[in-house]
Design a protein around this ligand. Structure first.
Ligand SMILES: [Fe+2]
Length: 140
């Protein structure tokens, strides 16, 4: 089992894994539909190549985690500890540096400002994310 996880905890942990999946999908949808297109003008299309590549290559692991977790909620015997553990470790390895690049880009106002991306444009990006998140949540 993962860490101190016990069979009695599998339903809760499977629910957590589904929430993790949903969070990452929403996060990546916001980036791909709102943030990256807005930042493409100041930073250039190539800046996002590797970030988009990571979004793509994590999908098989993310989908496996969701599928196994949903099956586990119906039947606890469907839990595949070895696969989930490997997928979570792989995701951690890929996503920690990925989030660091994204955070550094968002925080680097100087670079964005030098390229003409001012506070007004950033406020619009944040507003559009907020609007999209409300739309997603109303569909849950
Ligand atoms: Fe991302």
């Amino acid at each position: 089992m993962i860490g101190t996880l016990q069979e009695k905890d599998l339903n809760s942990f499977a629910g957590y894994c589904i929430a993790y999946y949903s969070f990452l999908m929403e996060h990546h949808d916001n980036e791909e539909e709102i943030v990256f297109p807005a930042f493409t003008e100041p930073l250039g299309k190539d800046y996002f190549k590797e970030l988009l590549h990571v979004h793509e290559i994590i999908m098989p692991a993310l989908n496996r985690i969701r599928t196994i977790s949903e099956a586990t909620l119906k039947d606890v015997k469907q839990w595949d500890n070895e696969t989930i553990l490997k997928d979570l470790k792989d995701l951690r390895e890929l996503l920690v540096p990925h989030f660091k690049i994204e955070e550094d880009t968002m925080k680097n106002n100087k670079l964005l400002e030098e390229k003409g991306f001012d506070e007004k444009k950033m406020a619009k990006v944040l507003h559009d994310i907020e609007k999209n998140n409300k739309k997603v949540k109303s569909n849950l």
